[in-house]
Write a protein that binds this ligand. Structure first.
Ligand SMILES: Nc1ncnc2c1ncn2[C@@H]1O[C@H](COP(=O)(O)OP(=O)(O)O)[C@@H](O)[C@H]1O
Ligand SMILES: [Mg+2]
Length: 235
């Protein structure tokens, strides 16, 4: 199967400074792939480079098997959905307006998140963080993307909301969408993912099936918390 997106020997960063190096990853249709790692590991940099927001400093990115340097707006039109770390909603617009300006199918978005129905005419700035994030995800999925890149969907949200969001991501993947999910909640992400990559200091330190990594959760967590290199932590 041709990967929806693939990075081969990717280097990425800011100006001429690479903070991500030698990165190989791919996402296939129908799978949730978690990109894990501590703060500063390079997850956001990777995501922004994969979607065309940051320039490629080395290696390449392929979309549907084709090498590309297309900017985000072109990739968005070609089926890439992005939810960034900053909540991707307009606070001064209401829910309906947010869906409209993002080109989402409102019926689909509200079917995915019926919780938003009663707030259709409510200014989004008045909603809870969880509701705002549901809307951010609804906006992206309401455009029927083939590939979704999501950065820290669960940041600062209550566990029940986190589960709700990741469940929606899982359902989208079960419907054929390929998802790359950046997460700090490692255990939670591995519950919903098929595979995962663990980043450390700008590189992929570890990768495997979610099932495999779930069995090594203590080791993986410990190696983050201690700040020791993964090899020394016996992972
Ligand atoms: N706009 C920027 N300019 C320069 N360096 C940056 C910028 N954003 C992030 N970095 C650096 O890149 C590294 C990786 O950051 P980031 O990709 O945001 O990590 P993560 O998302 O895993 O927390 C960090 O060392 C960070 O300081
Ligand atoms: Mg980040």
């Amino acid at each position: 199967m041709t990967a929806l997106i693939e990075a081969i020997g990717l280097a990425a960063g800011y100006g001429s400074l690479a903070v991500v190096r030698d990165l190989d990853l791919h996402v296939e249709p129908g799978e949730v792939v978690a990109l894990l790692g501590p703060n500063g590991a390079g997850k956001t940099t990777t995501l922004l480079t994969l979607c065309g927001e940051l320039p490629i400093l080395g290696g390449e990115v392929r979309v549907g098997g084709q090498v590309t340097k297309a900017p985000l707006h072109r990739r968005a039109r070609a089926g890439l959905g992005l939810v960034t770390e900053e909540r991707s909603v307009f606070m001064s617009l209401n829910v309906d307006e947010n869906l409209r300006v993002s080109g989402s199918d409102p019926a689909l978005a509200l079917e995915l998140f019926p919780e938003l129905e009663t707030f259709r005419k409510t200014r989004v700035g008045l909603l809870s963080g969880g509701q705002q994030q549901m809307l951010a995800l609804a906006r992206a999925l309401g455009r029927r993307p083939s590939l979704l890149l999501a950065d820290e969907l669960s940041l600062g949200l209550a566990p029940l909301v986190v589960t709700r969001l990741l469940r929606a991501v899982r359902d989208a993947a079960d419907g054929g969408v390929g998802v790359l999910l950046v997460e700090q909640h490692i255990a939670k992400a591995l519950e919903f993912a098929d595979r995962a990559y663990v980043m450390s200091r700008g590189r992929i330190a570890l990768s495997g099936t979610a099932q495999d990594l779930r069995g090594r959760l203590d080791d993986i967590t410990q190696s983050y918390l201690s700040g020791a290199p993964l090899a020394q932590a016996g992972v």
